[in-house]
Design a protein around this ligand. Structure first.
Ligand code: MIC
Ligand code: SF4
Length: 642
């Protein structure tokens, strides 16, 4: 039987396991990336493993999230990251060099290689034919130490593209269309491969936009073939030698095939507060806009920015609109400035922000109270912008500019002027902001500089055979990691200070949660379906663990979060009968007995203090059971577990 692209890369990186859907496979990891908000924790974890130098082909630490330095915390973290990476063989991309996924696509991603990154949008690398996964920091630390990355062998979905996008309809609209079709849960447990004749019409940055937003589908990852378009992109970046062709076999079998005719798509928009809340832009024509933000790892490539500049040239944005533009990398910014396009952007009245995540993660540029903000980003979860009642919509750069010019949500296909932007034949290559690590002989003596904000890693408890815990919080469906552990300019600087962060856990849902959880001692959280969707931040597991949470019972879990819970020593359990969710009341005392044998059988019985008894399933591999019994992955690894 023929193989899909992902199956070919998995087969060539298989360390153990059988490539059968649903069974666990361990993969050799060629490259790792971290960003600063998750990186501090990942390197602290790496340090406790006592491995002197990373064992991957290439590992890099980016600083792109916590770039505001409103106090010593972020600056100290940057210094820690710069010194710890130099010592352990990791490259360091300095603050201002750009957003990790954009820079990685430009400079380091290689077709056919495996990549894991401590950021959920690492699958952006699929745009260049990499098999790239978002993972928790601890999984990245283990991979840096030469350990395998464990995943459940996913189903294979194919999206078959035909036709060609019409002017002003974009790759972002393709992402929104697939979210409309599949929803934020539709990709769970699947790898999405993009194929068909329409693929050849899409550039690498456009493919990157699509694989980037595959994360919002809950997909394990997304990938494009590596073809002549890939070769041309790599050649333009001065690294044609990294090109290898990659395609699926003609008789490859997919679990599901979805057809999209690119020529029939219209500009789409995701309404508050979920990326799958998608309608046509034309259906919202009269909505007044307060703010427009262009950038993020989804839409900050040179190609996107040149289109933005061309649409803004000679025009002025509406006086009621505040427009921000954050180019994805220093390369993009330099090239915009050299060709004069930057002047067109600035003359329109736009505010230029740093080449970083910025407003996407609530690092400044929050909208006004109740303000309507159109963003070219990938997430519009409640409160993420930093303004609790902000109304965030997700759009393409073309829709963003058209709306910034009129002051109302505007379908860009109503613009009559043509939009002709070509990708350059060569990019301006200057990697001076990427610092190589120290050579091994110097590294040994090198000092790692830590600031006072770096606090000790919290200790988790190993599981014993029975647990009585209070149901401290009951929440509904689609709880995101932004609900569990919010981000934003005020809290993000404390990513290496779990005790301080814990004060904000579940703040969006119930600000009394941290105090109540601490008072309860051992606690359990009950959730609906797709619990923990969104980011890869392991803080959404470490902080609840610090507050005493021992287990989460939900209707279903998002992949990375479930892995992070296990890594933190928290037991993820799924309702055997989802209706039992309704019978549970917050504050109930829950007792789980025979945990060790139950984990092995995959079924546990839970008794509430009103004698209501129900069953939960926990499909854990032997390795995951050992991790939980050891009290988390760090303990397990220290004890010699593989
Ligand atoms: C996000 O987009 O939510 C983030 C911030 O990039 C996160 C990582 C983090 O919380 O640091 C992600 O997507 O994994
Ligand atoms: Fe940064 Fe936003 Fe991308 Fe996350 S989604 S990596 S915060 S730009």
């Amino acid at each position: 039987m023929g193989k899909t692209i992902a199956q070919k890369i998995i087969a060539s990186h298989l360390v153990s396991g059988e490539m059968k859907t649903g069974s666990e496979v361990a993969l050799r990891i060629d490259q790792t990336l971290t960003q600063d908000a998750t990186g501090t924790m990942a390197y602290l974890e790496f340090e406790t493993m006592g491995i002197p130098r990373v064992k991957t082909e290439f590992s890099i630490a980016y600083v792109d999230h916590n770039t505001l330095q409103c106090g010593f915390e972020n600056a100290d973290d940057h210094r820690y990251l710069q010194t710890v990476t130099a010592k352990h063989g990791v490259y360091f991309s300095r603050p201002g060099n750009g957003i990790c996924h954009q820079v990685h696509l430009e400079r380091f991603g290689k077709p056919g290689k495996t990549l894991i990154g401590s950021d959920s949008h690492t699958p952006t690398g699929g745009g260049i034919g990499m098999l790239a996964f978002g993972a928790g920091g601890l999984d990245v630390a283990v991979a840096m130490g030469g350990g395998a990355y464990y995943i459940t062998m996913p189903k294979m979905f194919k999206v078959n593209l035909t036709g060609k996008l019409r002017p002003y309809v974009t790759a972002k609209d393709v992402s929104l269309e697939i979210l409309r079709i599949l929803s934020v849960k539709g990709g769970v447990g699947a790898i999405i491969e993009w194929g068909g004749p329409g693929v050849a019409t899409l550039s690498v940055p456009e493919r990157g936009t699509i694989t980037n937003m595959g994360t919002e589908l809950g997909a394990t990852t997304s990938i494009f073939p590596s073809d002549e378009v890939t070769r041309a992109f790599l050649a333009a970046q001065g690294r044609e030698q990294d090109y290898v062709p990659l395609s699926s076999d003609p008789d490859a079998v997919y679990d599901r095939v979805i057809d999209i005719d690119l020529s029939t798509l219209e500009p789409l928009i995701a309404c508050p507060h979920s990326p799958d809340n998608v309608v046509k832009v034309s259906s919202l024509n009269n909505v007044k806009v307060d703010q427009v933000c262009i950038g993020s790892c989804t839409n900050s490539s040179l190609y996107d920015m040149l289109k933005v500049a061309s649409m803004l040239k000679g025009k002025t944005i509406a006086p009621t609109v505040s427009l921000s533009v954050s180019p994805g990398s220093r390369q993009v910014l330099r090239m915009l400035s050299d060709c004069g396009a930057l002047a067109d952007i600035l003359s329109s009245g736009a505010r230029l922000l740093e080449c970083a995540c910025g407003p996407c993660i609530g690092m400044g540029f929050s909208p006004n109270s109740g303000g309507v903000s159109l963003r070219t980003f990938n997430r519009n979860f409640l409160g993420r912008s930093g303004t609790k009642d902000g109304q965030v919509y997700l759009v393409s750069p073309e829709t963003a500019v058209a709306s910034a010019l009129t002051g109302y949500i505007t379908d860009p296909t109503t613009i009559s002027e043509p939009l002709n932007v070509e990708m350059p034949k060569t990019f301006l290559v200057n990697d001076s902001a990427v610092l190589p690590p120290l050579p091994a002989d110097l590294a040994e003596q090198a000092q790692v500089l830590r600031g006072p904000n770096i606090k000790e890693f919290p200790k988790s408890k190993p599981f014993t055979d029975s647990l009585t815990a209070q149901l401290v919080l009951k929440v509904g469906d689609n709880i995101t990691t932004d609900h569990i552990m919010p981000a934003g300019a005020k809290i993000l600087p404390y990513r290496s200070n779990i005790p301080y962060l814990s004060k904000f856990c579940f703040e969006v849902c119930d600000p009394t949660f941290p105090e109540r959880a601490k008072a309860a001692g051992d606690g359990i959280i009950v959730g609906g379906s797709n619990y923990g969707q969104g980011s890869s931040r392991e803080h959404a597991a470490l902080v609840p663990m610090y507050l005493g949470i021992r287990g989460v019972i939900a209707k279903s879990f998002a992949r990375i979060h479930a892995a992070n819970l296990i890594n933190a020593g928290i037991l993820p359990m799924t309702f055997a009968n989802p209706d039992d969710y309704d019978a549970l009341k917050q504050d109930a005392k829950l007792t789980i007995s025979d945990i060790v044998s139950g984990m092995e059988a995959g079924v546990l019985t839970v008794r509430a203090d009103n004698d209501f008894t129900f069953q939960v399933t926990c499909n854990l591999t032997a390795r995951q059971r050992k991790i939980l019994l050891a009290g988390g992955l760090l303990n397990y690894t220290k004890e010699g577990g593989q």
